[in-house]
Design a protein around this ligand. Structure first.
Ligand code: C2E
Ligand code: CA
Ligand code: CA
Length: 784
């Protein structure tokens, strides 16, 4: 049941109850008032009725007395002229209204009867009256032959008493009606006699409802009939009734007049009032109902509107405007509060959405938001040209590592501020911690490149704070749509691939090149092949280690090797590590691969040691392996298993791999060093590492990158670099190895510069274990 119906029903119920109560009260008061009125009327009527009977009796007895003095009658009596007597009596009786006249002898015997019912000589029944008549005319009511009579007895003297004349006036319906007409008697008069059975029998009644007998109901109340007004119910109608005992002859059964006052009849005039009231109530109800309905509606409409709005807002309908009501009442307050709430909710949601889609540091959209926006733009015009630029700051990982996030955040915000004004209608976003993406709708390749160059220019200016200046080293990768992809995620990834390419070169802007993309589908299938190889039993068949000799320059002996991984792919043939190492790193397979390399390499070292060959083996470890806190334990386990002393194993880590590494990686390196394993920095010189940074690490060897060695013979600059690295390295206690040594002259130069080891094709290509061993023994023989 909704609010409106409930409210309306309440109004109506209240109205009905109030009206009903009022009606009931009015009825009760009126009724008791009427009953009181009835009692008063009955009281008066009872007295009036007695008075009327007295008057009647006086009138009759006066008249009968006149007759008693009538000479003719007296002489007829004296002469016992029966016929004359009867006719005189009849004539006279008719005049006074006595239906029956009797002549009673002094001895109490009936001498004449106008009705002729008494046999001559029969006894007159009401002797008390004849006795009383000796003094004065006597009268009383009698129950006689089933009727009521008012009997008046008058003596006849001539001059001595000769008899009595008895006049019997029937107190019947007609008489009662006449009396009623003469005075204000109640409508209902009943005359009742008490029979031998003790019951009251009605012998006459006057007017009123002929079918209603009040006497039996009154007698039921009290057998002797109440002489005070009593309320009784007769056939569903209410009466106030009262008995008036009439003085009766002692020889007669008691006779009483019962007066009844009909409350219902008295209420009759009020009935029409009641009907009018009922009509009014009906009208009132109708009006009340309508008013209640309208009031309820004016209350419930706004509430329903609010509820409806709330429901739709809950269903996620953003277009809903909360209904506002310019009213001063509680509903107005409620709708005001509701609107406020909705607005606050929407603001908060918008804030959360903004936060979810934006980078807090730069205020730019984040990658997710950018991807969605780019996706929408591409979907809107799939064939249109567009370019996605990925801007990276190569130095950022190092800056974060050395200066912390507070500085790097400020730097990124500054970089964002430089990029944004140049982007035009492009969408600038922060793609990763150290990358921005700029989506340029409708940009051609050359436009994209020229905008990219402008970004590079803007970012080439170092970032300055009062105490320091930081070089950002920007690089930009570009992917073009639709050429390089029609989806946002593809474009982002490919721009990132291009960026990685740009970071490794002198050229700061690079276009995506599918041939170098590590995510190329064929490379991915290569990965699943590698995973199968690592999991399957055929590991040793497809994977192998080659050993590239290392020449100890001061002695000219080969006393070590670097283990280099080879994969003989069943379809693609022999694969160099460059073809799959980076991919294994990206796809999370590198740890397993390293595990295999360590196992194979340490096993080989164990064989050498067992054979008494004093050889050191260097193995390559990737940056991702340093996140593996289990690595030191595993290496220790392998050393123990193959009986290898730790000093025979060197682990090579590229310079870039340890830059910007978290503490856990450094802890792993320290653990390994504590076990006696030596660490070498691979590809030294091309990265950004400083000697100062390396001092924190337990490094034992530096391997100068082969780019510095390749032109050693021709480049003075390279010679200077290699010499200073060697000198500084020695000063700091490092062993120094030169990689990529391809000619004999370089070997001489390196020896002169004081390098410790030379590694390269000049010394020896990566060889199988057997080939390597024979090379070792042959050179050992030569030197010796
Ligand atoms: P790297 O550690 O710098 O290894 C030396 C690379 O230079 C080897 O290439 C080697 O064949 C090549 N090389 C040796 N002497 C010369 C020379 O005189 N001139 C020229 N131009 N090149 C020379 P490779 O075997 O293709 O390995 C490439 C890279 O793959 C390695 O660079 C290393 O970083 C990585 N790698 C190799 N094996 C493993 C491994 O088992 N685990 C891991 N994580 N990385 C490995
Ligand atoms: Ca290496
Ligand atoms: Ca190297």
């Amino acid at each position: 049941m909704n609010f409106r119906i409930r409210l309306a029903s309440f109004f109506v119920a209240a109205l009905v109850v109030m009206q009903g109560l009022t009606a009931f009260l009015v009825y009760r008061v009126t009724r008791s008032e009427l009953i009181g009125e009835g009692q008063r009327q009955l009281d008066v009527a009872a007295r009036a009725f007695a008075g009327q009977l007295d008057e009647l009796s006086n009138r009759v007895s006066a008249s009968v007395q006149v007759l008693a003095f009538d000479f003719a009658l007296r002489s007829a009596i004296a002469q016992r002229d029966h016929a004359t007597v009867v006719s005189a009596l009849r004539n006279h009786g008719m005049r006074v209204g006595a239906k029956r006249m009797l002549l009673v002898g002094v001895d109490g015997r009936v001498e004449a009867d106008t009705d002729g019912k008494f046999a001559p000589g029969a006894a007159f029944p009401f002797t008390d009256l004849t006795t009383r008549a000796l003094e004065a005319p006597a009268s009383a009511i009698t129950a006689w032959e089933g009727r009521a009579y008012w009997v008046v007895v008058v003596p006849v003297s001539a001059p001595d008493l000769v008899g009595f004349i008895a006049a019997a006036i029937p107190v019947d319906d007609r008489l009662l009606e006449r009396l009623q007409r003469q005075s204000a008697l109640p409508k209902r008069i009943e005359l009742a006699t008490r029979g031998r059975d003790g019951q009251w029998h009605i012998v006459a009644q006057g007017g009123g409802d002929a079918d209603v007998d009040v006497t039996p109901a009154l007698a039921a109340l009290s057998p002797s009939l109440a002489t005070r007004p009593a309320v009784i119910e007769v056939e569903g109608r209410e009466y106030v009734a009262q008995a008036v005992p009439l003085s009766h002859s002692q020889q007669s059964a008691p006779v009483a007049a019962v007066l009844g006052y009909s409350v219902d009849a008295a209420l009759q005039p009020y009935r029409s009032v009641g009907a009018a009231w009922a009509v009014l109530l009906g009208l009132g109800l109708l009006v009340g109902l309508m008013v209640a309905f309208f009031i309820a509606r004016s209350v419930s409409r706004p509430v329903e509107a609010l509820a409806d709005a709330a429901r739709r807002i809950a269903d996620g309908d953003d277009s809903v405007v909360p209904p506002s009501h310019d009213r001063g009442d509680e509903l107005g307050q409620l709708s005001g509060a509701f609107s406020h709430m909705v607005q606050a909710l929407r603001e908060r949601e918008a804030r959360i959405r903004h936060q979810a889609g934006h980078d807090l540091v730069t205020g730019l959209p984040n990658r997710m938001a950018a991807e969605a926006a780019i996706g929408r733009a591409l979907e809107a015009s799939p064939s249109a040209r567009a370019a996605l630029l990925m801007i990276g700051l190569a130095r950022l990982p190092e800056i974060i590592n050395t200066m912390g996030h507070v500085v790097s955040d400020r730097l990124m915000a500054d970089a964002a501020a430089r990029i944004a004004p140049l982007a035009g209608d492009g969408l600038v976003a922060r793609a990763t911690d150290d990358e921005f993406s700029v989506f340029l709708p409708a940009a051609t390749r050359s436009e994209a490149v020229s905008i990219a160059l402008r970004f590079v220019e803007a970012l080439s200016e170092p970032y300055r704070e009062s105490e320091f200046t930081l070089d950002l080293q920007p690089a930009i990768g570009i992917a073009l749509s639709p050429k390089h992809g029609g989806e946002a995620s593809t474009l982002l990834r490919r721009a990132e691939v291009a960026l990685l390419g740009a970071m490794g070169t002198e050229e700061p802007v690079a276009l995506y090149d599918p041939t170098t993309d590590p995510h190329r589908p064929e490379r991915l299938s290569l990965m699943s092949d590698l995973r199968k190889v690592l999991e399957g039993p055929g590991v040793h068949g497809e994977l192998s280690l080659m050993y590239q000799p290392k020449l100890h320059l001061p002695t000219g002996r080969i006393d070590g090797a670097e283990g280099l991984l080879r994969w003989r792919h069943p379809v693609a043939g022999p694969l160099a590590p460059d073809a799959f190492i980076a991919l294994a790193e990206e796809t999370g397979n590198i740890r397993r691969l390293t595990r295999w390399v360590l196992g194979a390499g340490i096993e080989q070292a164990g064989r050498w040691q067992a054979a008494g060959d004093d050889l050191r083996l260097s193995l390559n470890v990737s940056a991702r392996d340093l996140d593996d806190v289990d690595l030191p334990r595993r290496v220790a386990g392998l050393l123990a298993a193959h009986g290898v002393s730790p000093s025979r194993i060197v682990l090579e880590i590229t310079e870039s791999a340890i830059m910007g590494k978290p503490e856990t990686a450094i802890t792993v390196l320290r653990r390994l060093a504590e076990q006696g394993i030596e660490l070498a920095i691979d590809d030294f010189g091309v990265g950004q590492s400083s000697f100062a940074y390396l001092r924190r690490l337990p490094v034992r060897e530096l391997k100068i990158d082969r780019t510095f060695i390749a032109n050693l013979a021709h480049s003075r600059e390279d010679r200077a670099i290699v010499r200073s690295i060697a000198d500084l390295g020695h000063d700091l206690g490092y062993r120094v190895t030169a990689e990529g040594v391809e000619d004999a002259y370089a070997v001489e130069l390196l020896r002169d510069m004081g390098c410790d080891y030379a590694q390269g094709y000049q010394v020896g290509r990566p060889l199988t274990a057997d080939a390597f061993l024979s090379l070792v023994s042959s050179t050992a023989g030569v030197e010796a």
